[in-house]
Design a protein around this ligand. Structure first.
Ligand code: SAH
Length: 220
C-alpha cells in the first residue's frame, strides 16, 4: 500500500474513531495523524493497522486499539515539557505518540526481543527523545525519575508502589487495574504524599508481570 493511502487511513482513523468518541486535544490529534502506526505492526497486518481494534505484535502481546492509545495519552494532560515513563513498550507505537507530546520518554519492556525491535524502529524513524530499557517495569525506572506522567499498558493488580513513588508532584499515573476478566482504567494523581484516584472506563489488557505485576498462577 502506498504511503498516501496509509495517510488517508490515518486521517479516517482519527476522525471516526478518536474525534467522534470525544477526544479533541489538537496536539494529540496531530500526533495520531503523524505517527505511522503501520510501521509498528507486523508486515502481514499492515493493512489492518488503522482498524478499530488491537492487533497481535508477537510474543503473545498486543498493540492497543487506537482509541485506547488516544484516551490513555489524553488522560496524562501533557503540555510538551514533561518527562514521561511508559511501562510495556511492546511495538513502540504508544512511545512514539508520547514522544510528540512530551520532552522525553523512558519506556520499559521486559521482553528483550520486543524491546530491541522497538528500539530499532524508533531509532530508524528518528524518535530521538525516546529511550527503551529492558527491565521489569513494575519497578519503574528510578534513574530518570521523577515523571510528570506514567502510563502502564498492561493490566496491574493495583498501582505498583514504585510507580507512585516515582511520580512528580501533580504528576499522573494512568493504568488498567484488574485481572484476566477485565480491568478498570484508572488515573492516580499525586498531591504530596497523597494520591487522588479516578475510574475511567472498562478495558482489556494483557497482564503486567514482574515484582508488582500478576504471577502466572494468579492471572489464570
Ligand atoms: N504499549 C505497547 C503495547 C503494550 S502490550 C504498544 O504501543 O505497542 C503490553 C506490554 O507490556 C507487552 O509488550 C509486555 O511484554 C509488557 N510487559 C508486561 N509486564 C511487564 C513488566 N513487568 N515490565 C515491562 N514490560 C512488561
Amino acid at each position: 500500500m502506498a504511503v498516501d493511502s496509509f495517510a488517508a487511513l490515518r486521517d479516517k482513523m482519527v476522525t471516526e474513531q478518536i474525534e467522534r468518541r470525544g477526544v479533541s486535544d489538537p496536539r494529540l490529534l496531530e500526533a495520531l495523524r503523524t505517527v505511522m502506526r503501520h510501521m509498528f505492526v507486523p508486515d502481514d497486518l499492515q493493512s489492518m493497522a488503522y482498524d478499530d481494534c488491537p492487533l497481535a505484535i508477537g510474543s503473545g502481546q498486543t498493540i492497543s486499539q487506537p482509541y485506547i492509545v488516544a484516551l490513555m495519552t489524553h488522560l496524562l494532560h501533557l503540555q510538551g515539557g514533561e518527562n514521561v515513563l511508559e511501562i510495556g513498550t511492546g511495538s513502540g507505537y504508544q512511545a512514539a505518540v508520547l514522544s510528540r507530546l512530551a520532552r522525553t520518554v523512558h519506556t520499559v519492556e521486559r521482553f528483550a526481543p520486543l524491546a530491541s525491535r522497538a528500539r530499532q524502529k524508533l531509532h530508524a524513524l528518528h524518535y530521538d527523545n525516546v529511550v527503551v530499557h529492558t527491565h521489569d517495569g513494575s519497578l519503574g525506572w528510578p534513574e530518570a525519575a521523577p515523571y510528570q506522567g506514567i502510563l502502564v499498558t498492561a493490566a496491574a493488580p493495583g498501582p505498583p508502589p514504585p510507580l507512585l513513588a516515582q511520580l512528580a508532584e501533580g504528576g499522573r499515573l494512568v493504568l488498567p487495574v484488574g485481572g484476566r476478566s477485565g480491568q478498570t482504567l484508572q488515573v492516580w494523581q499525586r498531591h504530596g504524599d497523597n494520591y487522588a484516584d479516578e475510574d475511567i472506563i472498562y478495558v482489556q489488557f494483557v497482564p503486567l508481570r514482574g515484582a508488582h505485576g500478576w504471577s502466572q498462577a494468579h492471572w489464570d
